[in-house]
Design a protein around this ligand. Sequence first.
Ligand code: ATP
Ligand code: MG
Length: 391
Amino acid sequence: MEKMIIIRSGETMLKGKNRRFFEEKLMKSVRRVLKPLGCDTFFLRHNRIYVPLSNQDEEKLISALMRIFGIDLISIATQIPVDMDIIKKTALDELLKAVQSTGAKTFKVQTKRTDKSFPLNSQEISYHVGGFLLSNTEGLHVDVHNPDIMLYVEIKEDAYVFSDRMRGLGGLPRETNGKAMLLLSGGIDSPVAGWLVAKRGVEVKAVHFHSYPYTSQEALDKVKNLAKIMSGYCGPIQLFSINLLPFQQAVAENCPEDEGTILVRRMMTRLGEALALQHGCDALITGESLGQVASQTIQSLRVTNETVDMPIFRPLIAMDKYQIIDIARQIDTYETSILPFEDCCTVFLPRRPVTKPRLDAIKNSEALIDLAKFTTSLLDSVDEEWIKEEV
Ligand code: ATP
Ligand code: MG
C-alpha cells in the first residue's frame, strides 16, 4: 500500500502526435518544483504523472503543483494490489476519512478499468464496492446524481482509490508555445494579462516604461516585484525598462495636449515591437480592456494597433474590472499592484484626452517630432534584468 499524488493534464494529453513534447515539458515543470521539496522519483504512465509519497510535506507539494501551468486535476490516492477485498477495505478507509473531514451524508463510487482482463467490469466493481461501503457504515446513502463524496476506483497494473480531485491551474505547460513581450505597467491589469497568456504555454518577457526622475525608484521596484510574483508561475522573466521621459517631454512641447496619451501609447507599442523582434517574440501582450479609459476605446485601440505588424494579445479586452481583480487576487499580484506609486502615463496626463482619435490627425502630430531619432535613442538606452522566480 502506497500513497501517491496523481496528476492529470487534459489538454496536454489531447495533443496527438505532439503529446510526448507536451508531456516532457510538463514533467520538467513538475521536476522543478518537486525536487527542492524532496520528491525525485515520480513517473509518467498512461497520460498521468504519479508522485509516490513518503514523508514529504503533502500540503507544500500540493500548493507547489497548484502553481504549474498544464495541470488540470490533482488527487491523493492509495495505490494497492488489484484485489477486490483490499480495494473494498481501502475504499472504506477513504470514505470514512472524507466523511470525518466534511460531514458528508451521501457518496457515489465511480470505477475506471483500463485493465480489461480483470473479471468484473467497471459497473460491477462500483456496485460491489458501494454495497460493501453501505453495509459497513451508518447514516450514509448513495446518491448517483449529486453525491457529497465521489469515491474513485481505478484498475490498472495496480489499483488506485481516492476521493479528492483538486483543480489545478489548467492551461499548457511552460515553453510549449513561443514567446511574447508583455507591456508591463505597475497597475492591476497588465500582470494579469501576462499571466493569462503565459498560462497558454507562452514564455513571457516584459518591458516597462518609466519617467525617472518624475517617477520614483520605488515605482520601478514595484514593477520588478510584480514580475517576480509572475515568475513564480511563468519562469524567469527578462524585464526591460526604458526611460520614456525625453519622448514625453517632446510630445508635451510639440503636439496637441489632448493627444498626449495616444501618442505615448503608440510609441510604447512601437518600442515594444522592436524589443520583441530583437528577442525572438512573435506577439505583444497588453492589459487593455475595452472602454476602461480614454486610450482603450475601440478607436484608440485601432490607432495603437496601426503602429505594429505583430499581433497584440489583449486577453482582458472583454473583461470587467472586478473579473480582472479576482484573477489578480488569485495570482497574488493585487496587493502589490495597488501600492500607490505614480505611473509614467499619469505624469503628463492630458486634462481631456482624445477618446476618438483619428489616424490622420495623430500621424500629423507625430510628424512634429523626430520619431526615428527617439526610437533609436530610446532603444539604445534599454536596461535589462532577469527576474527570477521565488521557489
Ligand atoms: P494597468 O492596470 O495594466 O496599468 P491601466 O488600466 O492602467 O492598466 P493603461 O494605463 O491605459 O491602463 O494601460 C493599458 C496597457 O498599456 C497596460 O495594461 C499595459 O499593458 C500598457 N502600459 C501602460 N503603461 C505602461 C508602462 N508604464 N509600461 C509598460 N506598459 C504600459
Ligand atoms: Mg497603468
